[in-house]
Design a protein around this ligand. Structure first.
Ligand SMILES: Nc1ncnc2c1ncn2[C@@H]1O[C@H](COP(=O)(O)OP(=O)(O)O)[C@@H](O)[C@H]1O
Ligand SMILES: [Mg+2]
Length: 591
């Protein structure tokens, strides 16, 4: 390992970077949000640096600086992130409107010629604390959280690329993008990005769905035994993840969409892919899904399935009425209670389908029922009931065969029990329908996990999240129910290995309680001040950092995480790979 010294921890830009701390103040911003007046306060340091073009230009990219801090225990460095700058010339205040034009022009000429040449020019750098300090101990860098504030007059140094890498990157993480301004890949702890929920925020067209699809790929590659279920209102993910769907499952919520031509027309091919992926190609790929039994119909129509409760009731009525076989029925009843309800955690609403899908429950159930059947006389009325129950269990309905409806509860069961493939995409164009499906899916998934064991690790992806968790809810459009379900998932999910990623363009009208459960988030351009305030408030993020998102380009993100990055809540700016390029490569369509 290379020994680190002051010389490579800091980058003095060949002697050009000279800077001192001028002052630190607390900036307070207030705004009226839905929940009332919100006040954000954050620390802002002003640093004066010598004006040199090279330095000025470099500081336009994301930069980290170290402010020296003498303490009672020696010297340390407080790490700050640059959020803004201003070039200043000593004579600038002279250019006032009260000054005659000739003189104003003369001053402006002097200012113009003064940059870099005159001692009367400098750069004011604005920076916010990362909450970390840096010590150089025995040739290695030690970063630790600190509440210390810096003192005016302190020397300020620029962190070298190497130091930034050591500050921000996990050695063994999964790369999700490249740090803007540095040629460094940002590696994160992807398991934690999944485990602690994540959000993607930005105006329409900034690349949220693209990023989400890319991260789903990374998650499937690096998180063991993960099941991803994407709920797609816009009809995008069957294309973003077309390659992965060849080993996954695509569900549609309308029977008419089982028609390949209709399905193809309902999906959105991004303009940028149009010349590579056309309607014919898509039809061919979807055809293949159908042939492989990978296209299914997910219905929210209530189906009345046989449950364990129905079986218990049948047995109970047999011995209550003292019909033939009453004693055998009573024995089977108490055995079912003991071995399935007490020992395995099933309950009366557990469906026979669910019992069929769990090998050990199925075995126990069949054992009890066959013994019951063989002890019943030919004439016992119970006999034919038991026979048909055994029948239903021995030949469970064919899974996901096209045309046959699956309910959200059945999907939850399949995903929980690990019987679904790694990726499932559910296309539900109609919002009320989507809320219904998502609510019922989440409710059942959590119930299964609470009563029957953890089961698979499941990541639920909700694009257009404003449809599910708006801040104003109603019963009739199902927003009330979907809000509760998603909030429950966000609050309790981690414990039960159920996780959520959501993407949305309208932060301002989102349920803030839900937002606050996200431990990682990507933010791109949010044109409205109000939206930026909501994010800053929900995540206690410096508004000055968020302000910088207004200059981000497509595929560029502010990324903050409390759990998935090497340092807690240190905002970084990254460029993420384009999912479309990966898709084309995997489909063998790239040039
Ligand atoms: N990382 C990226 N690199 C290059 N282009 C991108 C990237 N992300 C998105 N785009 C482009 O931006 C457009 C909008 O992306 P999309 O994911 O649909 O945005 P959103 O979901 O935010 O509305 C797409 O056509 C895509 O080609
Ligand atoms: Mg989108």
């Amino acid at each position: 390992m290379r020994v680190l010294t002051e010389f490579n921890v800091f980058d003095d830009m060949e002697g050009l970077f000279e800077a001192r701390l001028k002052d630190v103040k607390t900036v307070v911003r207030s705004s009226r949000l839905r929940e009332g007046e919100v006040t954000l306060s954050s620390q802002l340091a002003t640093i004066e640096a010598r004006f040199v073009y090279k330095v000025f230009d470099k500081l336009h990219n994301p930069c980290f600086i170290a402010i020296e801090r003498q303490t009672s225990e020696g010297l340390t460095h407080l790490i700050y992130e640059v959020v803004g700058l201003r070039a200043i010339h000593f004579q600038m205040p002279g250019v006032e409107s009260s000054i005659p034009k000739v003189i104003r022009l003369e001053i402006l000429d002097r200012i113009k010629d003064g940059w870099e040449k005159s001692e009367e020019t400098w750069i004011d750098i604005y920076a916010v604390p990362t909450g970390y300090k840096l010590d150089i101990e025995g040739g290695s860098l030690v970063f630790a959280r600190t509440p210390l504030t810096p003192l005016p007059g302190a020397d300020v140094r620029l962190l070298s690329d190497e130091a930034v890498r050591l500050f921000l990157c996990y050695e063994k993480g999964v790369e999700v993008g490249v740090l803007l301004g540095f040629n460094i890949g940002l590696k994160v702890n992807l398991v934690n990005l999944v485990r602690y929920h994540m959000g993607v925020f930005g105006f329409t067209g900034v690349g949220k769905s693209n990023l989400t699809a890319f991260l789903i790929r990374r998650a499937l590659e690096s998180v063991e035994d993960l099941k991803v279920v994407v709920f797609d209102i816009a009809g995008e993910y069957s294309i973003h993840l077309l390659d992965l769907l060849q080993t996954g499952l695509l569900y549609v919520s309308e029977r008419s969409l089982l028609d390949i031509e209709r399905l193809t027309q309902s999906q959105v091919i991004p303009e940028t892919l149009e010349d590579k992926i056309d309607i014919q190609f898509l039809e061919m790929m979807f055809e293949r899904l159908v042939n492989d039994g990978r296209l299914g119909f997910l219905s929210t129509a209530e189906t009345r399935e046989l449950t364990l409760g129905d079986v218990l009731e049948t047995l109970q009525s047999t011995f209550d009425m003292r019909r033939s076989g009453a004693m055998a029925a009573r024995r089977a009843y108490s055995e079912l209670i003991r071995r399935l309800v007490v020992e395995k955690g099933l309950n009366e609403s557990t469906t026979l389908q669910e019992i069929a899908e769990d090998d050990s429950c199925r075995e126990v159930f069949l054992d009890i029922m066959s013994r019951l059947s063989s002890s019943l006389s030919e004439r016992a009325g119970l006999r034919s009931d038991v026979a048909s129950i055994i029948d239903a269990l021995e030949s469970p309905s064919a899974e996901s065969s096209t045309g046959q409806a699956t309910s959200p509860e059945e999907l939850a069961l399949r995903v929980w029990s690990g019987k679904s493939p790694p990726l499932t995409v559910v296309y539900i164009p109609e919002p009320i329908h989507a809320r219904k499906t998502v609510s019922r899916f989440i409710e059942r998934l959590l119930l299964l996990k609470k009563t029957r064991g953890l089961g698979s690790r499941v990541l639920i992806v909700l694009d257009e999240a404003q449809e599910y968790i708006p801040d104003r809810t109603r019963v009739d459009d199902w927003t009330e129910r979907s809000n509760k379900a998603v909030e429950a998932l966000l609050r309790q999910g981690r414990k039960y290995r159920a996780h959520c990623w959501l993407a949305t363009q309208r932060v301002a009208h989102l349920n803030v309680n839900a937002l606050q459960q996200l431990h990682s988030y990507f933010v791109s351009t949010l044109p409205r001040f109000y939206d930026r305030m909501v994010i800053a408030d929900a995540f206690s993020l410096s508004y000055d950092v968020l302000e910088k998102t207004t200059t981000l380009d497509t595929g560029e993100w502010l990324f903050v995480s409390y759990k998935a990055t090497r340092r807690k809540n240190v905002p970084v700016f990254i460029r993420t790979p384009n999912n479309e390029a990966i898709l084309l490569k995997n489909l063998g369509l790239s040039d």
